[in-house]
Design a protein around this ligand. Structure first.
Ligand code: DAH
Length: 339
């Protein structure tokens, strides 16, 4: 029995040397020291020993057990420390490394310019109102003095939902909706999407944006229209900016004008950008036609007003020197990141 005990100690010590993980260590402990382990098996044979031998073997067995236990404890401790050190080394953070830059988004150029325009008009006491993009023929054309046969309709070929329902070609429809709902004095702008059956090129898109403006009150004149737009353009393009009104025709205004902006490239001298005109065409405007007022229940003998429609793409392109409208819709970060 003595040899058996010594053999167990020897084997256990030898095996422990080769062990490198805690799981194997626990398996080994159970195999040698567990209830069904090798040492226990030998102790069960103690009954067959003489009374003299029994305490001697008992002592030897205890010392074998405690030596194995001690070796296991020491080795376990060492493995734990090694594992912790390895983990620390693997998870080491170098706090002196430069951080990763988080890209910060910004407003799309169309939204940035729209926000500036809204700011200017809010400052002048205007409300911002919304209107539907799917519109009836009545609000989009009829009520604006453009009956079905009117030639002005040809320039605004639209998408028809049905005979009398269209995707609006102009935000001017909101003028009518507003005048039906509010009593003068009225001061609103209405930005939004409009649609036309146009092929895509550098200056056309089937979907673009307009900002409609409408002012109705007693004693409103063309001078108010001029002053308002002059103020807006000076805010957008700088205080030296000048605009000019050029006679034009719109069915819902009388008189009507196209508003040109002094060329921001040459300052009015004439260059390739303005085709030597010194001015670039910017928007349509005019004094609201008495028939339109009347149809909305506003007495043209008492009230007058002006209206305008600005192309958001056009003023944005002018503002940033963008020469192709398509760039505004492509969502290419290399382009958008420049503004
Ligand atoms: N609706 C016109 C267009 O889409 C622009 C316009 C012209 C709006 C004159 C107006 C206006 O309010 O008075 O071309």
């Amino acid at each position: 029995m003595k040899e058996q005990l010594e053999k167990i100690l020897q084997n256990a010590t030898k095996e422990l040397e080769g062990i490198s993980d805690l799981k194997a260590m626990e398996d080994l402990r159970i195999r040698f020291l567990g209830k069904k382990g090798e040492l226990t098996a030998i102790l069960k044979q103690m009954g067959g020993l003489s009374p003299e031998e029994r305490p001697v073997m008992g002592q030897l067995a205890n010392s074998v057990r405690s030596r194995i236990e001690q070796t296991i404890a020491e080795k376990t401790e060492r493995l734990r420390k090694e594992a912790a050190a390895a983990k620390l080394a693997a998870e080491k953070i170098d706090v002196t490394l430069p951080g990763k830059e988080m890209p910060i988004g910004r407003a799309h150029p169309l939204n940035a310019v729209l926000a500036e325009v809204e700011e200017v008009f809010l400052g002048m006491g205007f409300d911002i109102v919304d209107g539907p993009e799917v519109e009836t023929d009545h609000y989009c054309f009829e009520a604006l003095n453009m009956p079905k046969s009117h030639p002005a309709r040809d320039t605004q070929d639209t998408f028809y939902i049905s005979d009398n329902v269209v995707l609006r070609t102009q935000t001017s429809s909101v003028q009518i909706r507003t005048m039906e709902q509010r009593k003068p004095p009225i001061r609103i702008i209405s930005p939004g999407r409009v649609y036309r059956s146009d092929a895509v090129d550098a200056t056309h898109s089937p979907l673009f944006h307009q900002i409609e403006g409408l002012v109705i009150d007693k004693g409103i004149t063309l001078a108010d229209l001029y002053g308002t737009l002059d103020m807006l353009m000076k805010k957008l393009y700088g205080k030296d900016t000048q605009i000019r009104l050029r006679p034009h025709h719109f069915p819902y205004t009388e008189p009507s004008a196209e508003v040109d902006l002094m060329c921001f490239n040459c300052g009015g001298k004439g260059c390739s950008m303005c085709k030597n005109e010194g001015y670039v065409e910017l928007l349509g405007a005019g004094m609201v036609h008495p028939k339109v007022l009347e149809r909305c229940g506003i007495d043209p003998e008492v009230y007058s007003g002006f209206a305008f429609g600005i192309g958001l793409e056009r003023i944005t392109m002018g503002r940033y020197g963008i020469n192709d409208m398509r760039l505004l819709y492509e969502n290419d970060m290399r382009f958008l990141g420049q503004f």
